[in-house]
Design a protein around this ligand. Structure first.
Ligand SMILES: [Zn+2]
Length: 73
């Protein structure tokens, strides 16, 4: 199973875990365990399965945007 970061778009095998300070709770330093992208530390990531052979319509439109306009100067 791979994961795809929704922030930087990179793939990774395992989400990274780190601790983020959440201030204090009843006088004790409180930190939250975070899970996310090892590259950009975004928690916005999705499971990505490369074996999943779903049909994706590839849009290979040859958009020729050349109307022969000359630069008017
Ligand atoms: Zn990322």
């Amino acid at each position: 199973m791979m994961y795809l970061c929704g922030e930087c778009g990179r793939l990774f095998d395992e989400p990274a875990t780190w601790f983020e300070s959440r201030g204090e709770f009843w006088g004790m330093p409180c930190s939250e365990r975070m899970t996310g992208c090892p590259y950009c530390h975004s928690t916005d990531f999705d499971e990505y399965d490369p074996d999943d052979d779903y049909d994706e319509d590839e849009e290979s439109e040859d958009g020729e945007d050349d109307d022969g306009r000359e630069a008017d100067q």
